[in-house]
Design a protein around this ligand. Structure first.
Ligand code: SF4
Length: 364
């Protein structure tokens, strides 16, 4: 406890400090870390939770990442791309219900038709969701993977202003083990720098609990977020999907589930302490491990949640990992449930607010 208190009082954490914090196991120590991170959150970004309606608009992907349920080799799902009307309907719903922002997420495609389709959709969403409450329309975050500099620029000019691109792990050899040879660590890094140069608010993140991943790897990941000067963080536990080559790790995953869950919460807390004023998402995958996982993520220092807006008939075909929550909901809107969950932990919600990263705002 004495060492923990000393580390938490420091202005700047070292990598060794981060390893120490991530290695905490005693419930009292973890609670102390949580409550410290929560106070840092309150002092730097406040207690508001911001909503990003998540629209998974296409599950077609040209890649074959070994861990991912929508990898191109998975023949057990039906491929889809939402029509523009369907996407616009989700976006209008988000605007009318005070979400402020949406995330447009899909598998990775780089063909011109798809790029043009995304640009058109962004422009239409911006123009149709303008209102007194949202004079500039919905805030739009894109999450459509690795693209060229020119494509990122097109997206930005069309009106998207935030972009999520997870590095997944900053250990290059682990990165190489979880991706096929045509996906390179260097290229992923390059894309992150393109996004920053263009002027996006840039989000990144990692998977927590990958086989062979060490606490030092995770400490390096957090350090990388700081060096990248990331504006948003979206991390989640690694959860096995049965229709992937990584299903061989199912036993490992089941045996380590509790540990992976706790490590994911500690990662949120340490990210908050280290990065202070960035936006941090409490991801759906946390809820897949523990029913109150998303609320716990918020209690450990996160300030963003992403209610699922993908029309319910498509959800079964956008499963990146086993046990994804909200897939069998009959309603298209997960917001109502999520909002009541947030209210139960007494956090105010930033309705009709883009909820941009304060870290980004301070830089510009
Ligand atoms: S992780 Fe992304 S890029 Fe890789 S297969 Fe899944 S959707 Fe495609």
């Amino acid at each position: 406890m004495e060492k923990l208190t000393k580390i938490l009082q420091k202005d700047n954490l070292t990598k060794e400090d981060i390893v120490f914090l991530l290695s905490l196991e005693e419930p009292e120590s973890i609670e102390m870390l949580r409550s410290y991170a929560y106070n840092i959150m309150r002092a730097n970004v406040g207690e508001y939770v911001y909503l990003r309606g998540l629209i998974e608009f296409s599950n077609i992907c040209v890649n074959d990442c070994y861990y991912c349920g929508i990898r191109k080799s998975n023949r057990n799902i039906k491929r889809y791309t939402l029509e523009s009307d369907e996407i616009l309907e989700c976006a209008r719903f988000a605007a009318q219900n005070g979400y402020g922002s949406i995330v447009l997420q899909s598998g990775e495609r780089r063909d011109p038709q798809f790029i043009d389709y995304i640009c058109r959709i962004i422009e239409e969403i911006k123009s149709t969701t303008k209102s007194e409450n949202l004079p500039n329309g919905l805030g739009i975050t894109l999450c459509v993977g690795e693209q060229t500099y020119a494509t990122y620029k097109k997206f930005f000019e069309a009106g998207a202003h935030r972009y999520l691109l997870r590095i997944e792990t900053t250990n290059p050899s682990l990165f190489a083990r979880i991706h096929p040879a045509d996906i390179s660590f260097e290229k992923r890094m390059e894309c992150l720098f393109y996004l920053k140069e263009i002027g996006f608010q840039v989000g990144t993140g990692v998977m927590i609990g990958l086989p062979t991943q060490t606490v030092e790897d995770l400490a390096n990941d957090l350090w990388f977020f700081k060096e990248l000067d990331a504006d948003m963080i979206g991390m989640g536990p690694y959860i096995v999907h049965r229709d992937t080559p990584f299903n061989i790790y199912e036993k490992y995953f089941l045996e380590n589930k509790r540990k992976i869950y706790l490590m994911s919460l500690k990662m949120i807390a340490v990210a908050r302490i280290l990065l202070k004023d960035v936006n941090i998402a409490s991801t759906t995958a946390l809820q897949a491990l523990y029913p109150l996982g998303r609320e716990e993520g918020l209690r450990f220092g996160a300030n963003v949640v992403m209610p699922l807006l993908t029309p319910s008939s498509y959800r079964r075909n956008y499963i990146l990992y086993d046990g994804k929550p909200c897939v069998d909901e009959f309603t298209n809107d997960c917001g109502e449930c999520l909002i009541s969950r947030i209210e139960k932990i007494h956090r105010p919600i930033g309705f009709d607010n883009w909820g941009d990263s304060l870290h980004f705002k301070k830089k510009h």
